[in-house]
Design a protein around this ligand. Structure first.
Ligand SMILES: CC(=O)N[C@H](C=O)[C@@H](O)[C@H](O)[C@H](O)COP(=O)(O)O
Length: 242
């Protein structure tokens, strides 16, 4: 895969967890195929079975992650070399890891973790970060790409029980995109809470290499919720007026 393939486009994140109506590798591969037909330049896929299934059906480059929670660490996106190996063996073209300041479950810092991956595998490493400082540190440690995935999720990183579905509808964090695009010399992917073409273009104007879109394309329950909430808000407003 050429890294340039991901340049200046929309990367679609196709993820569903157990309990989600779209949970299942076949369904995720179908989502990925729809993304390819629609003009996506790449995919972000969670778990080895989903990566294998997507790779059979779609020819787009795959950024592979494996979300796994450990009791002793806040890092959950491909947090150790065990998950890295699973993702790479499944056929991911890029492996994406937790690039935050959190110590990983095996005691490594992000810097040590990136260096370990680089020593063992010849696959580009992407780092998901929450702050510009973390992005700069991951770049200095050898990351090949950055994504702003975790910006705005600090409360969730501290405790996954703090998850609030309303988080998905807040504006993207443009500031981290702007800062990183000025500070590093590797691609910065804007990711997290992109719902409209206008938001995507704004991130591109600020220097994003590409934009990763997940929920707005692949989580129909959230798409519905967003519209249902808009109607609720409208009705509440109009009832007050009446
Ligand atoms: C915070 C976290 O764990 N984000 C995850 C990272 O893989 C996914 O749940 C998101 O869907 C993905 O980042 C795309 O973002 P959005 O769905 O907002 O377009």
């Amino acid at each position: 895969m050429k890294r340039d393939q991901l340049r200046r486009g929309v990367i679609v994140s196709c993820q569903a967890v157990e309990g989600d109506p779209f949970y299942g590798s076949e369904l995720m591969a179908t989502m990925a195929l729809a993304a390819e037909i629609g003009g996506a330049v790449g995919l972000r896929i969670n778990s080895a079975p989903d990566i294998v299934s997507v790779k059979k059906k779609v020819s787009l480059p795959v950024i592979g992650i494996l979300k796994r929670h450990y009791a002793n660490s806040l890092a959950y996106i491909t947090p150790t070399i065990v998950e890295v190996e699973e993702v790479i063996n499944a056929g991911a073209d890029i492996v994406c890891i937790d690039g935050t300041g959190s110590i990983k479950p095996d005691g490594k810092t992000t810097e040590q973790f990136i260096q370990t991956i680089k020593a063992r595998f010849d696959v580009p490493v992407m780092a998901d970060v929450a702050t510009a400082e973390e992005g700069v540190a991951a770049w200095r440690a050898g990351a090949d790409l950055l994504a702003t995935t975790l910006a705005g999720y600090e409360h969730y990183l501290q405790n996954p029980q703090n998850y609030d579905p309303a988080d998905n509808f807040r504006d993207p964090d443009y500031e981290i995109v702007r800062e990183l695009a000025h500070q590093v010399s590797i691609p910065v992917l804007a990711e997290g809470r992109f719902w409209t073409p206008e938001q995507i273009i704004h991130a591109m104007e600020l220097g994003a290499y590409s934009v990763v879109v997940g929920s707005a394309i692949t989580r129909p329950q959230l798409i519905t919720q967003r519209m249902a909430r808009a109607v609720d808000d409208f009705l509440q407003g109009s009832e007050q007026v009446c």
